[in-house]
Design a protein around this ligand. Sequence first.
Ligand code: BG6
Length: 524
Amino acid sequence: MTGSISMAVENSANPLLAGLEPERQVEPLSFVIFGANGDLTKRKLIPAVYALFMQGLLPRSFVLLGTSRTHFSHEKFRNAMKEALLKFASDLPFTEESWQRFASSLYYQAADSGTETGFEDIKKTLSALDEKHGTNGRHVFYLSTSPSLYLPIIKGLGKSGLVVKTRVNEPAYPRVVIEKPFGHDLASSLNLDEQIHEVLREHQIYRIDHYLGKETVQNIMVFRFANAIFEPLWNRNHIDHIQVTNAETLGVEGRGAYYEEAGALRDMMQNHLMQLMALVLMEPPIAMDAESTRDEKNKVLKSLRPLTAATIDENAVRGQYGPGFILGSQVPGYRQEPSVADSSQTATFAALKLSVDNWRWSGVPIYVRTGKRLAKSITEVAVVFKDPPHRLFENPDKHGQTHIPGNVLVMQIQPDEGISLKFATKQPGPNTTVRWLNMDFKYGSAFGTRTPTAYERLILDCLHGDPSLFARSDFVEASWKYIQPIIEHWENNALDFPNYAAGSWGPAASDALLARTGHTWRRL
Ligand code: BG6
């Protein structure tokens, strides 16, 4: 028996490491990371794999082979990963002894993914490792590189014979995990998909959307479909509108060059927020298998009313932050960030009003906003219910307004993960004064365990060959189809930027978007 199993026993009492189901055992395999010297590997992948190791969730025999163009010895790679772990995963238990056991699975092979010899080198090293660790040709390749390398790497893997198409009913090794962004627009994403499918079948492709790995996002399905009391209300008869907010106080954090090409629509809306909305709006799947769930999510995207050049300005708002204050500190505007053009037209804020043309949601506006350098970091889905049909209680609030807000169910994705339901209650006293209170559930106090990171869950699922929480080809395409006209319309029509101050809630047009239908964004 290897170290990982004994660690599992050793650590089973550690509340920090509870969370994932330990009985799920993966067969021995090699996990190859392209871009092993990059930021994502250090910040997210290595901490996630180490956390899985500490929970005994890695296979008995496991190899992690890092590769990139930089020359490293195995030892130097291990040291760099150790440093990364200590820096980015200080919440994980770490001892020299546990590290040594983990590090004995780490290897490195320098390779230029632009050359055939690069792949031959990887192949030789992998087959030696297969021999040594009994991983038996079971390989998972993780592309944590710049998107421009996805195709060259997948083609190189195909040419070298490291990946081959499997039959649908065969266990899907090799598997390839691809980071976002998947394409730059509709055309490039279709092209990428077509070329990848020349080398791999769909069930071998794992397109990461880290939002799907978040516990709070997965809980949307459980909340909706494991409880019988909410679903009867989850429709146009009872819901007035839905607001999805993804707000970050951070700016572009040194990623100006990437962000200039991306902007808010490509960076957050086309992927993370579309996935989030699909989970909120979808019909119940017939079963909890990967295809049934992903079929239902796709139907949501197919029901979105497409925006056209004539309707975009009415339903889509963009913004770019100027200088301002975040938590009392002065911060520069987007155009002053490194690698950003002085006259950049890139949107750092986007808000959309979506109309869903189906039986359940007809006439219910779905508002979604995302932005950098906003007043607060928070991601939530707020479901706003309709007012009671007849008003019996008309108490003025502290502003003298007599309107009583309706019930609101908030799924707080992050931070302070939880769910709250706002409801009316009588304030104790001689008068019938209505007060609005929240019934709250917080993950932290309810479970008291460490929440696994999104990458932990997604990597584990991929090792198990479960693609449920990965984006399927047709979803990516449908999502690009919806977003593409907006991207083009914005590219063709410049706006006077910046139009919101860092530390605010975005441009005035964002409020006007809701005001047209008599709504206001929640004050967060
Ligand atoms: C990434 C985007 O995909 O998601 C970033 O590229 C964004 O710009 C990040 O900040 C948000 O992720 P999270 O998990 O911090 O909400």
